[in-house]
Design a protein around this ligand. Structure first.
Ligand code: C2O
Ligand code: CU
Length: 545
């Protein structure tokens, strides 16, 4: 195994990913940042210098479990203090499994300022995937706002509430197109090469493994390639029973590999597009366009056809059926424990607290403490966070189909303490938001673990009946999973990774508004914490001379 050392400088720069010029957070001048390429068992070292001048930063390695290195998870407030401007922080972790992963900022709402990228882990020499492909490509999908992350965060925490709204553009690997026609060229320039569409050149007859992922701030997406089928073979780093789709649905935080063969008329190019589903963005956010360029046609030759439209935005059925189609591939099945030791039911609701708009779980809206949990727990810093554990269930009389009669919630930074090595079931229960006849899709992401996806259902979860329908034979393991509108999703995981781990909705604004929580397990087994993660809140005592 090798050690792969990356030196990154993070700073603000003017960028025009969708032709509109704004400040973006870059890594070594780029957004998306460089793809980390490693082999299973390698150690990745990222020496991160914060050149943001007036903002802290932290970067999370999404999908990497950080076994033995919980302090490298990069979650500000959970596993580390923020990295101050001018400081260099060293992340060091082992990539212990092959597959497609991500990284992104985990401080405030900086992810949507452009601080994100991909991690690609290959198999050890001599081992092969159970499917064939000729070339390997990485495509990150995103949505893009013209307001700064700061302005959005301020709006979300203001009275009256200022919602972020639908994004101005969608990006395909950092490129999109905003309609500049009414703007001056200094602000928005349609001929800027930075916003030329992303192009993937393919050789006729060859098969491409596309590692497609989403790091949207808000949107659920559909990705489609004109005239081509996609065979899904990987989800969040795990091999799946292959299935063919025309559009691939992705929720923020998910990664998929699809196989695409360049088997169409080679005399022309084709569109690949992403479009919003799950929210009505028909009049606000046009689909993103990219080009599949059949070699040797010219790269910039537009396809002669109209770009394919995405599916109808409000049709949940095909999205639910994709979720249900994802199963662990034969030969790669990790059987889940047959039963769990504890069941935690989490009601997802939109709430109000003192007139502020929030999201909450079991009517508790999460806030990050000023002293990171990992350090507070390990060093027994009492008073660093709320000692009352949050609720494990909700009022059985709650009607998930209507606006809550009492939308008030409380805030807390209490955490769920799990017995080390126990098996935990999580039921994510969706409900109506504060808008009548509206229930949103929430992609939940767990740090430090993969979970088995035991099942999805519509309506209110029935603890007597629904567990009988769990897939205990070949459930997929994932790190991010949607809970569909008015539905439930059942997960199981082993609390076998000592540390403190966030579990939250991956919609940037929802997490910011309190849609998350933290698990602790095996804190006594965590090794000596590096002093580089300290310096804030009650941890200052460990860093002062
Ligand atoms: Cu990719 Cu805590 O997030
Ligand atoms: Cu959400």
């Amino acid at each position: 195994a090798r050690v792969r050392v990356y030196k990154w400088e993070v700073k603000y720069e003017y960028k025009s990913p969708d032709c509109y010029k704004k400040l973006a957070i870059t890594i070594n001048g780029r957004t998306p940042g460089p793809t980390i390429v490693a082999q299973q068992g390698d150690t990745v070292v990222v020496e991160l210098t914060n050149s943001l001048l007036t903002e802290n930063v932290a970067i999370h390695w999404h999908g990497i479990r950080q076994i033995g290195t919980p302090w490298s998870d990069g979650t500000e407030g959970v596993t580390q203090c923020p990295i101050l401007p001018g400081d260099t922080f060293v992340y060091r972790f082992v990539v212990d499994r092959p597959g497609s992963y991500l990284y992104h900022a985990h401080y405030g709402m900086q992810r949507e300022a452009g601080l994100y990228g991909a991690i690609r882990v290959s198999l050890p020499d001599g081992e092969r995937e159970p499917y064939h492909y000729d070339y390997d490509r990485t495509i990150i999908l995103n949505d893009w706002y013209h307001k700064s992350a700061y302005e959005q965060a301020t709006g979300l925490s203001s009275k009256p509430f200022v919602w972020v709204g639908e994004p101005q553009s969608l990006l395909i690997h950092g490129r999109g197109r905003f309609n500049c026609s009414t703007m001056d060229a200094a602000t928005c320039n349609a001929t800027n090469p930075e916003c030329a569409p992303y192009t993937l050149t393919v050789v006729p007859g060859k098969t491409y493994r596309l590692r497609v992922s989403s790091l949207t701030a808000l949107s659920a997406l559909s990705f489609q390639i004109e005239g081509h089928n996609m065979t899904v073979v990987e989800a969040d780093g795990h091999n799946v029973v292959p299935f063919v789709v025309k559009n691939l649905f992705l929720y923020s935080g998910e990664t998929y590999s699809v196989l695409v063969t360049a088997d169409q008329d080679p005399s022309r190019n084709y569109w690949a597009t992403s479009s919003i589903v799950g929210r009505n963005a028909t009049f606000t956010t046009p689909p993103a366009l990219s080009v599949i360029n059949y070699y040797p046609n010219h790269l910039r030759r537009a396809p002669p056809t109209r770009p394919p439209a995405g599916p109808v935005w409000n049709d949940v059925a095909p999205r639910l059926s994709q979720s249900l189609a994802i199963k662990a591939r034969e030969g790669y099945i990790h059987a889940p424990p047959a039963a769990s030791d504890r069941v935690i039911v989490l009601l997802n609701t939109q709430n109000r607290i003192d007139g502020y708009m929030k999201w909450a779980v079991n009517n508790v809206s999460f806030t990050l403490p000023h002293t990171p949990y990992l350090i507070a727990l390990k060093h027994r810093l009492l008073g660093a966070f709320d000692q009352t554990p949050p609720p494990e269930n909700f009022d059985p009389a709650h009607d998930i189909y209507s606006v809550a009669k009492n939308p008030n919630a409380t805030t807390s930074n209490g955490l769920y303490r799990l017995e080390f090595n126990s098996t935990v079931d999580i039921i994510l229960q969706n409900a109506n938001s504060l808008t009548p006849n509206n229930s949103e899709t929430h992609p939940w992401h767990l740090h430090g673990h993969d979970f088995w996806v035991l099942g999805y259902g519509e309506g209110k979860f029935d603890i007597e009946k629904d567990p009988k329908s769990y897939n205990l034979v070949n459930p997929i393991m994932k790190n991010t999973v949607p809970v569909h509108p008015y539905g439930w999703t059942a997960l199981r995981f082993r609390a076998d990774n000592p540390g403190a781990w966030a579990f939250h909705c991956h919609i940037e604004a929802h997490f910011y508004m309190g849609m998350g929580l933290v698990f602790e397990e095996g804190i006594d087994r965590v090794g000596k914490l590096p002093s580089s993660i300290m310096g804030c809140g009650k941890t200052r005592q460990f860093t002062s001379p």
